[in-house]
Design a protein around this ligand. Structure first.
Ligand SMILES: Nc1ncnc2c1ncn2[C@@H]1O[C@H](COP(=O)(O)OP(=O)(O)O)[C@@H](O)[C@H]1O
Ligand SMILES: [Mg+2]
Length: 301
């Protein structure tokens, strides 16, 4: 059995202190293997996003270990952690976190900008991933002008720009109608199947969870069920897919191309309900905070 791509030992996360202390994760030990698709399910407040953020190195645990490819992350310097996260992971969130006023291409290539990749290469790689998601014709459009399903495709393009080995998705279909959700799911599972990308998906959606090879059920900060009975058998075919040759040479013009991800045409509306102006402002501010955090990290790196 290969080294797990991600593992945790006795992972604890406590928010706040004193009377406002909240134990969000109460000692979680688990392994996620390369090529698996894992759903994290459970009621709202059970700790799903907290666990995902720790696995994705977006946040640090109060106690316990997170290891990536067998290396405990706590032994790395913060700059190395952010490099690892930028290189190895892609993110897809319910709220999209697109900069509404920037073009689709600028949004998709943001991780490359953070990594200091020159503009011409950013453009080439950005158009390449947009082509894979059949969104290249929208490259110069403002992100704001897209439908919900198109926005999520742009987010998936952004998640793919660094050729990640793991995609973390937090309620990726939470803002989409059911037909558009299917399209987004098909894209994610296509990436899993065709390229062996590991999927870690937080979801309330039973149908989406059922499509994953494994479901981790959370309750009050603990994993109460891990239905991975067929885990190793199920994970084998995906894991057996050789890593894409471009994975470690993403800038190679000869091998850096991926075929279009197979997915059905996006169904016509019904569209996800438009965000209220207040909600949009809140999300944009949050995205800005994230971006300036990421920039800060890039500068410190
Ligand atoms: N930054 C935070 N500060 C304080 N409490 C938090 C914070 N983030 C999450 N929590 C609390 O931790 C619990 C788990 O949150 P979360 O992981 O987001 O749950 P889920 O994703 O399953 O809905 C919730 O009760 C939430 O209120
Ligand atoms: Mg959550």
């Amino acid at each position: 059995m290969s080294t797990p791509v991600l593992e945790t030992e006795n992972l604890v996360k406590i928010y706040g202190r004193g009377p406002s202390r909240f134990d969000a994760l109460k000692g979680l030990t688990l392994e996620i293997h390369r090529g698996e698709s894992v759903a994290i399910v459970g009621k709202s407040g059970s700790g799903k996003s907290t666990l995902m953020h720790l696995l994705a190195l977006l946040d640090a645990p109060t106690a316990g270990v997170v290891a990536l490819d067998g290396r405990p992350v706590s032994q790395l310097k913060p700059a190395a952690v952010s490099d690892l996260r930028n290189e190895a992971f892609g993110f897809v969130f319910q709220q999209f976190f697109l900069n509404a006023q920037q073009s689709v291409l600028e949004n998709v290539t943001l991780p490359l900008k953070i990594a200091g990749v020159p503009r011409s290469e950013r453009r080439r790689r950005g158009l390449d991933v947009l082509r894979q998601l059949e969104m290249d014709s929208k490259a110069e459009n403002k992100a704001n002008d897209l439908s919900g399903g198109q926005k999520q495709r742009v987010c998936i393009a952004r998640a793919l720009i660094n050729d990640p080995s793991v995609i973390f998705a937090d309620e990726p279909t939470g803002n989409l109608d059911s037909a558009t959700s299917r399209v987004v799911e098909d894209i994610l599972f296509g990436l899993h199947r065709e390229r062996g990308i590991t999927l870690v998906i937080v979801t309330h959606d039973d149908d989406l969870a059922a499509r994953c090879q494994r479901r981790l059920s959370m309750q009050d900060g603990r994993i109460v069920n891990d239905d991975a009975a067929t885990l190793h058998a199920a994970a084998a075919p995906a894991a057996a897919v050789a890593p894409h040759p471009a994975r470690h040479t993403p800038s190679s013009p000869a091998t850096g191309r991926h075929a279009a991800v197979p997915f059905p045409a996006e169904p016509p509306a019904p569209e996800a309900p438009p965000l209220s102006r207040r909600e949009r402002r809140r999300l944009e501010a949050e995205a800005d905070r994230r971006r300036s955090g990421a920039r800060g990290e890039a500068e410190r790196a």
